[in-house]
Write a protein that binds this ligand. Sequence first.
Ligand SMILES: Cc1ncc(COP(=O)(O)O)c(C=O)c1O
Length: 378
Amino acid sequence: MVDICRGCVSNLKKYVPGRTEEEVKKEFGLDKVVKLASNENPLGPSPKAVEAIKDYASKVYVYPDGSYRKLKEKLSEELDISFENITLGCGSDEVIKLIGETFLDPGDEIVTAWPTFPIYKHIAKLMDANVVEIPLKSFKHDLNKMADAITDKTKIVFICSPNNPTGTIVTQDEIEGFLNKVPDDVLVVFDEAYVEYVESDDFADALKLFKDNKWNNKKIVTLRTFSKIHGLAGLRIGYGITSPEIIEPIEKVREPFNVNSVAHEAAIASLEDKEHIEKSRKENFKEKKYLQKTLKTLGFEAEDTEANFLNVKSPFCDMELFDELMKKGIIMRPGSLLGLPGYFRLTVGKEKDNRYLCDKIKEILAERKGNDANAMNN
Ligand SMILES: Cc1ncc(COP(=O)(O)O)c(C=O)c1O
């Protein structure tokens, strides 16, 4: 068939979603499948958000308030910023797309790390822009090299902190030196999808940088989401925080009702439930430590992360481990699909699911040992 797509669309790669629990259950005839692959909150949404969703169900025949005033007011209050500093998206994915559509012309450049969240690259390619990828250094953003990679054509630098898939952060010290080198007309987009999980005092909080007068002349954008600690991934809602001069053109590109009204109400209720957020944070910390410790005893090295997932070094091929775990009802993300062969990304799950995972890994190791012994005897 004749390809009538724009050239850059023909060259795009389609997003390949991970396997669903239902698919895996059916394929392997399993009763139980545990998905530890998409970095969701295993405790689910706040009960207050669930109530808000139910309450709003009968009102969905009305279009949302396209200015999303109530949620923006709530966020302004929570984050001590102005209403004009916020734009909402159908997930932070959409805010990334809006930024690309608003600011990238064909031939412009973006600078990102690699491996990192792949949507930055995808959107840049969609806009026919060029992508300059700077390899991580010891799993962290190499900010010196990223600054050196900025040219006259660079429009946007994306910094994912904590970084997906490594869980590493950029620190306050590192960012100061970096921002000093970034020209004032380059957008610096900090993707902080996992910010609520961060424990380290060294974390460079992009919102603080944005509010700091010292960086007034820089174009700093912070992206956050309700998909992770707020447990609302299925409703699709995220936001960007930046100056009104950057928001204004984005608002011209944004569809009038890009966020649905149920997500809008649920997000407000979720922000009010501090207890649920704190419980989720504590549970994540406890279970992350459990997994790190237990996996280590099993011969796996789990790097330190500041998010709700671990970047784990597999003692054998990550794709083999992925297949073997899937047959036993565990879904994780193999590093080979994320730019980190030999590693895998594991979402910190519920207490019982994390123990289930460790039991299944023990079974796999025992089976492999048995197979090796048989091979030696044959
Ligand atoms: C770093 C990062 N940014 C953004 C997103 C997208 O989040 P949302 O569900 O808000 O689109 C994800 C999702 O996994 C992520 O890991």
